[in-house]
Write a new protein. Structure first.
Length: 324
């Protein structure tokens, strides 16, 4: 088992060097995006800018300093699943015009049998999108945890076949709460026999700390051979009306020990695209509102501050040279 982990870890290191817009599958070279050899753009999950059209989105991200977008391709997203064939090429072309690549996207895909799975993945792969995040999966509480995991293992295996067909890499994000991915060990049980070239994990340190304040490094180590990209955000617990609640905050202002995280990140050889998620108050833009109460300039200032903070933090650990 350790040899398997090591070989997968080595694969990820090599694959990541040509990832995030650089293409592994020969098929993807026919896409419209230019490979970024041995670099990874800092990306932003575009949910917080869904009130902008494609041209405005590209211009805004370029002005902020982002070189990559983690595009929302799902219900209520920037690109709707039913319109993916026409709208995804438009979105990517507009972003590229502003110098922003689209190495990754967020989808609602949960299985190979979902109505738009092949259409979304085939279209995205032809356009050079290398990574996609799956939708969140709920447990079936009429079945045992073990039975759920066994069923989902088959679901992921079938989806991996579709990913292999199109030369694209799927990933499942760990997320706080009682859905699949909350405790992280459940993801390992499901994904342990998958090939990380086609099925991996988007590791989210914020959600990992929420569910495992002191033990998150164990889960990160467990999943590390399959961690193909990472999500970044911060939070702290706040007591409101007598109840402890999660409060999302700008990077560096919360409970995430980014020094400890990056020490693990480096020691485990993790690489690949990094996507910043904005979930603190941005006048409801953080919830995907089409009519936020905060101005675009104010939102952009917050986003730029987080991007600069993260770049400086990565630079402290000598790994910024792999990113742009």
């Amino acid at each position: 088992m350790e040899n398997l982990r090591q070989s997968r870890r080595e694969f990820i290191k090599k694959a990541s060097a040509v990832s995030a817009g650089a293409i592994i599958s020969p098929k993807l070279f026919s896409g419209s995006q230019i490979a970024e050899s041995e670099t990874h753009p800092f990306c932003v999950f575009t949910k917080c800018l869904q009130f902008l059209d494609y041209d405005q989105l590209g211009d805004t991200l370029a002005d902020i300093g982002f070189k990559g977008a983690d595009l929302s391709v799902r219900d209520k997203g920037h690109v709707l699943p039913e319109n993916v064939k026409t709208d995804l090429p438009k979105a990517i072309k507009a972003l590229q015009k502003s110098g922003v690549s689209v190495p990754m996207m967020v989808t609602g895909i949960k299985s190979a049998e979902d109505p738009f799975t092949e259409t979304i993945l085939g279209t995205a792969a032809d356009l050079g999108v290398r990574h996609y995040r799956m939708g969140y999966i709920s447990y079936d509480h009429t079945k045992s945890i073990s039975d759920n995991l066994n069923i989902l293992k088959k679901t992921f295996e079938n989806l991996e076949k579709i990913n292999r067909k199109f030369g694209i890499q799927g990933c499942y994000q760990n997320h706080q709460g009682s859905k699949v991915g909350g405790p992280v060990w459940d993801i390992y049980s499901i994904i342990k026999d998958c090939d990380p070239e086609y099925m991996g994990v988007q590791y989210d340190i914020r959600h990992a700390v929420v569910e495992g304040a002191g033990c998150w490094p164990l889960g990160m180590k467990l999943l590390s051979p399959w961690i193909t990209n990472t999500a970044i955000k911060d939070f702290y617990w706040k007591k409101t009306d007598g109840k402890w609640k999660i409060t999302n905050v700008p990077l560096g202002e919360g409970m995430i020990d980014f020094d400890a995280y990056l020490e693990e990140y480096v020691s485990l050889g993790i690489s690949g695209p990094i996507t910043i998620h904005y979930e603190y108050d941005l006048g409801e833009a953080q919830r995907g509102s089409r009519n936020p109460t905060m101005s675009l300039n104010e939102i952009s200032d917050f986003m730029k501050k987080d991007l600069i903070w993260l770049k400086n933090k990565y630079n402290e650990y000598g790994i910024l040279d792999s990113y742009i």
